[in-house]
Design a protein around this ligand. Structure first.
Ligand SMILES: [Zn+2]
Length: 159
């Protein structure tokens, strides 16, 4: 049985849509923050900072890309800051990749209380950074839900 409500699924679908806005040819991640009244507070996708040329050449050069890129989760946080919106008590929806430990720190510090991630292939190979995120979320009291929407839709079809 899914822990997700209809609204959770809608916001995961929105995060998936936002992920397609990324110009990174190999990885597209989308993040959406939502407030108590189910209102969208901000969105973000993985990309370079404003004013930094996001050329395919830079994306193709891995070391350059890793140094320049802002993760989707942090962009959602920065975009909220840009508009002066508090994320205290907000829920974060992420599509595309598990949350790294750097983003986890930002998520905790801005007061996000719940994180909903759609299960992706990389989530099966939990690396060290993701394990640290999980540990920090549990210690800081951030609820984390990993939802397998693909499995869910299969189950629904078979019923
Ligand atoms: Zn990250």
């Amino acid at each position: 049985m899914s822990q997700l409500t209809k609204w959770d699924r809608r916001y995961l679908a929105l995060a998936k849509e936002v992920s397609t806005w990324s110009k990174d040819p190999s990885t597209q991640v989308g993040a959406v923050t939502v407030g108590h009244k189910k209102e969208v507070l901000s969105q973000g996708f993985n990309g370079f900072p404003r004013g930094i040329l996001d050329s395919q050449a830079r994306y193709n050069e891995r070391q350059t890309k890793y140094k320049f890129v802002v993760h989707a989760e942090m962009n959602a946080i920065y975009n909220a800051t840009y508009s002066g919106v508090s994320l205290d008590g907000a829920t974060l929806y992420v599509y595309g990749l598990p949350i790294c430990s750097e983003c986890a720190k930002g998520i905790i510090q801005v007061g996000i209380k719940k994180v909903v991630i759609e299960k992706c292939k990389e989530i099966n190979n939990w690396n060290e950074s993701v394990k640290i995120s999980e540990e920090m979320f549990s210690e800081a009291g951030v609820e984390m839900i990993i939802e397998d929407l693909y499995q869910l839709s299969l189950k629904t079809k078979n019923q």
